[in-house]
Ligand binder design. Structure first.
Ligand SMILES: [Zn+2]
Ligand SMILES: [Zn+2]
Length: 186
C-alpha cells in the first residue's frame, strides 16, 4: 500500500533566525519501496537545519531506523538497527531534475519547506546494496539449497556447475567419466 511521501515541515522564517534543531518521527511506508527491506517501527530523525548565506539550507544529524533485511546470501531475515549519518543540502533555484544524492531543490517561494522526501531518499541511499546476516555468512548451497551456515550438505564439493548435471549423468551412463578437475569454470 502506498502511503505517500513522508513530510517534515521546516518553517523558513524560523530558519532565517538561526539553526533549528528538530527531533521527529518520519512516517515512511513500511516496505520503503525497496525490495528486501521492511521497516520495523518509525524512523527517528535528529537533525539541525541551518540556512546559509545565499539561501542554501544545510541539514546534518542522524536517522535511527530499525529494519528487517533479507540476507543476500542465505535469505535469512535479520532485524537490525541502523544509525545513518545525515549531511545534505537544499539548493535554491536548483531544477528538481538536477537533484543528486545529497543535493535537493529548494522552492524559494514557500514559507515552509519539506525535508521529508529528501530524508526518505537519504535513507534509501544508505541501505546496504547486498545486506548480509553476518560478513562470514556461507550462504545456500547452489545445488540443494541447504543453509551452509548450519553445516555442510551432502553435495560433493567441487562438482561444478549444476547445469552440467544432465550431461554428466548421461556421460556416466554411457561409460564416460566426467572429469571435473580439468574444467575451468568461466
Ligand atoms: Zn546470511
Ligand atoms: Zn548441497
Amino acid at each position: 500500500m502506498h502511503k505517500g511521501l513522508p513530510t517534515l515541515p521546516l518553517p523558513r522564517d524560523r530558519l532565517r533566525k538561526g539553526p533549528l534543531a528538530v527531533e521527529a518521527d518520519l512516517k515512511v511506508a513500511d516496505d520503503l519501496g525497496a525490495v528486501g527491506f521492511e521497516l520495523h517501527g518509525t524512523p527517528r530523525v535528529s537533525i539541525t537545519a541551518e540556512e546559509s548565506q545565499g539561501g542554501r539550507v544545510l541539514i546534518s544529524g542522524t536517522m535511527t531506523v530499525r529494519l528487517a533485511e533479507v540476507c543476500s546470501r542465505c535469505l535469512k531475515v535479520v532485524d537490525r538497527e541502523h544509525s545513518i549519518p545525515l549531511d545534505f543540502q537544499f539548493e535554491p533555484g536548483l531544477d528538481p531534475w538536477d537533484e543528486a544524492p545529497g543535493v535537493y531543490a529548494l522552492d524559494g517561494n514557500q514559507d515552509e519547506m519539506d525535508a521529508g522526501p529528501a530524508l526518505r531518499e537519504e535513507l534509501l541511499l544508505a541501505l546496504p546494496e547486498y545486506p548480509l546476516c553476518r560478513s562470514e555468512c556461507r550462504g545456500l548451497c547452489p545445488r540443494c539449497g541447504a543453509d551452509l551456515n548450519e553445516g555442510d550438505c551432502d553435495c560433493e564439493e567441487g562438482t561444478g556447475d549444476p547445469r552440467w548435471d544432465a550431461l554428466r549423468t548421461r556421460l556416466a551412463s554411457d561409460g564416460f567419466a566426467a572429469n571435473d578437475d580439468e574444467r575451468q569454470d568461466g
